[in-house]
Design a protein around this ligand. Structure first.
Ligand SMILES: Nc1nc2c(ncn2[C@@H]2O[C@H](COP(=O)(O)OP(=O)(O)OP(=O)(O)O)[C@@H](O)[C@H]2O)c(=O)[nH]1
Length: 244
């Protein structure tokens, strides 16, 4: 039985794949109803039927094995595709150096959360980071950025959002509008970084914080927190400033 590849058309069903088997079956049927058949013809017909029946079984087993193999391959390819899609999605939304959300993703996700529920936006920037790069080299600077991200991830849990918006600047969106709660959390982050983000030299960061009602656009929340961050830098760094 050869299963050649061809287009199906209802008007033209194509050649009968079981032509030989149909012929043998037809001859056996004719013999069955004949009243003058002798044992020799019966034996010959039975032989033909056996031969073709065995061939059909062989071919069917082969086709089933082939289709099982094709199904397994397809499942494996589907699995690979899913893994690749997830990897691609992760890479498109996460910062390669730190693993937190990248700029595009944080703007997108924090923007949606702000519009829906509002929240406390923190913008933080590593203090005198240029010196670390200049004195200890760019790779040492990168390790400091990674250590800061780890501090943030350890303290900030979902549904809060952590992202790296720029070189040595991070954004955190806390799902709260409570002034004291937001200030306490931001202060904890500041302290944790000052205590634990150990690099080749002491590391601190400055923080700006804005409280934003539902419906606030990302740019506004960010702009307010960034202005507060500027004041924290001007005020001596390593401190938290709440936006007016
Ligand atoms: N290692 C490393 N350095 C970066 C990266 N992105 C930005 N930088 C560096 O970050 C430094 C930022 O320096 P500045 O904006 O002058 O600020 P600063 O030295 O942190 O000083 P203040 O913010 O005023 O406290 C520059 O030297 C940039 O080259 C990065 O991905 N890796």
């Amino acid at each position: 039985m050869t299963a050649s590849v061809r287009r199906y058309s209802p008007a033209d069903p194509g050649p009968d794949l079981f032509e030989q088997e149909a012929g043998v079956l037809q001859a056996a049927r004719a013999l069955y109803v004949a009243d003058d058949a002798d044992a020799e013809r019966y034996r010959a017909a039975l032989g033909d039927l056996t031969l073709h029946f065995e061939r059909l079984m062989r071919e069917t087993r082969r086709l089933i094995a082939r289709s099982d193999r094709a199904e397994r391959e397809m499942n494996a390819l589907n699995q690979q595709l899913q893994t690749l899609t997830q990897q691609l999605e992760y890479r498109a939304t996460h910062d390669a150096l730190t693993g937190v959300l990248n700029r595009g993703a944080v703007i997108d996700q924090a923007g949606q959360a702000l519009r829906r529920n509002g929240g406390a936006m923190i913008v933080l920037d590593i203090d005198h980071f240029k010196r670390i790069n200049d004195e200890f080299g760019h790779p040492a600077g990168d390790r400091v950025i990674q250590a800061i991200a780890r501090c943030l991830q350890e303290l900030v849990q979902a549904p809060a959002i952590v992202g790296r918006v720029g070189g040595e600047e991070f954004t955190v969106l806390l799902p709260t509008l409570a002034r004291d709660e937001a200030l306490t959390m931001t202060e904890r982050l500041r302290q944790r970084i000052a205590q634990e983000a150990t690099g080749p030299a002491p590391v601190t960061a400055s923080f700006g914080l804005s409280l934003n009602p539902p419906g606030t656009e990302f740019e506004l929340a960010y702009g307010l927190a960034d202005a507060a961050l500027y004041r924290a830098k001007r005020g001596g760094r390593n401190q938290v400033v709440l936006a007016d």
